[in-house]
Design a protein around this ligand. Structure first.
Ligand SMILES: NC(=O)c1ccc[n+]([C@@H]2O[C@H](COP(=O)([O-])OP(=O)(O)OC[C@H]3O[C@@H](n4cnc5c(N)ncnc54)[C@H](OP(=O)(O)O)[C@@H]3O)[C@@H](O)[C@H]2O)c1
Length: 243
C-alpha cells in the first residue's frame, strides 16, 4: 500500500520538488493550496512520474472552512503531511502597515497549526503518520530585516516541538525543517542572498529526515552552525547589527 501525503502550500517550488520525489515512490498525493491551476499541473506531472493518485484541493490558511476538505481528500487510513505554507512581506511594508502582521502570522503559524491539528488527530487515531513542518532559520532569532516573519516561524517551531511531544506518544512523528536561503518565488530578486540552495536539495533532505525520524533539521546542514553562531551573539552587540 502506497503512502498518502498531504502537501500544504503545494505551489511552493520546494513542495513541487517533494511531490516529484514522492511520486517516484508511488505515493498518493493531496496537493493543497490556493492556486488550483498550478496544483492541477503538479498533480498531472506527479501521476506521470508514478504517483498512485494525485489530487488538487483548495486550502487557504486564512479560511478554516477550507480545512476539513483537505483531510477528507486524503481518504481513510494513515496520512502524512508536509506544510510549506508561509508569506514574507517586506519588513518595511509591515512597519508602514502593521495590519499586515495578522496575515503574516495566519499564513505561517495559526492557519498551518489549525490544519495540522486536524491531521494530528488522525495520526493519533491511526497510531502512525509523520508531519513535516517547514519553519525557517529566520525563526531562530528576531532580526531587523524580517522579525514579524521570524516571529511567525519561531512560533511555528515551538508549536511543532510540542506537537512532536504529543504525537510521539501516539506512534507518530514530527520533523521541523529550517531552510536557509532557497531559490524559490519567495526569494526571487531579493538582495543579500548567499549560499542559495536548490528546492530539490531541500526535498532530498526532508525525505532523508523523515526516513531517519530526525526531529529538527537545517537545510542545507551548514545553517545549523551559522545559526549557532548568530544565536550566540550577545544581545547588546546583536541589537546594533544589521544582518
Ligand atoms: N525560500 C527561502 O529562502 C525560504 C527559507 C526559509 C524558509 N522558507 C519557507 O519555505 C516555505 C516555502 O516557501 P517558498 O520559498 O517555496 O516560497 P513560496 O513559493 O512563496 O511558497 C509559499 C507557499 O505558501 C503558500 N501560501 C501562502 N499563504 C497561503 C495561504 N494563506 N493559504 C494557503 N497557502 C498559502 C503559497 O501559495 P500561493 O502560491 O497561493 O501563494 C506557496 O505555496 C515557506 O513556509 C517559507 O517561509 C523559505
Amino acid at each position: 500500500m502506497s503512502e498518502t501525503w498531504i502537501l500544504l502550500g503545494a505551489s511552493s517550488a520546494m513542495a513541487r520538488a517533494l511531490a516529484r520525489a514522492l511520486a517516484r515512490n508511488g505515493a498518493r498525493l493531496v496537493l493543497a493550496g490556493r492556486d488550483l491551476d498550478d496544483l492541477g499541473r503538479t498533480a498531472a506531472d506527479a501521476e506521470m512520474r508514478g504517483a498512485a493518485r494525485a489530487v488538487a484541493v483548495r486550502f487557504d490558511a486564512r479560511d478554516p472552512a477550507s480545512f476539513d476538505a483537505v483531510l477528507a481528500a486524503a481518504g481513510d487510513g494513515v496520512v502524512n503531511a508536509a506544510c510549506f505554507t508561509g508569506t514574507m512581506p517586506p519588513q518595511d511594508r509591515i512597519d508602514a502597515d502593521p495590519a499586515l502582521i495578522d496575515g503574516t502570522i495566519a499564513d505561517s503559524l495559526t492557519g498551518p497549526a489549525r490544519m495540522l491539528h486536524l491531521i494530528a488527530a488522525r495520526i493519533e487515531a491511526e497510531g502512525a503518520g509523520t508531519i513535516v513542518g517547514v519553519g525557517s532559520v529566520a525563526g531562530d532569532r528576531g532580526r531587523l530585516g524580517n522579525y514579524v516573519y521570524g516571529a511567525a516561524k519561531g512560533g511555528f517551531a515551538v508549536y511543532l516541538s510540542g506537537l512532536r511531544n504529543r504525537l510521539t506518544r501516539a506512534g507518530g512523528h514530527v520533523v521541523t525543517v529550517k531552510p536557509g536561503f532557497v531559490d524559490t518565488a519567495m526569494t526571487w530578486g531579493l538582495p543579500g542572498m548567499f549560499l542559495v540552495a536548490a528546492p530539490e536539495a531541500v526535498a532530498r533532505d526532508i525525505l532523508r529526515a523523515v526516513a531517519r525520524r530526525r526531529s529538527v533539521i537545517y537545510t542545507p546542514g551548514f545553517w545549523r552552525l551559522i545559526m549557532l553562531i548568530i544565536r550566540a551573539i550577545p544581545e547588546p552587540v546583536f541589537k546594533k547589527m544589521k544582518i
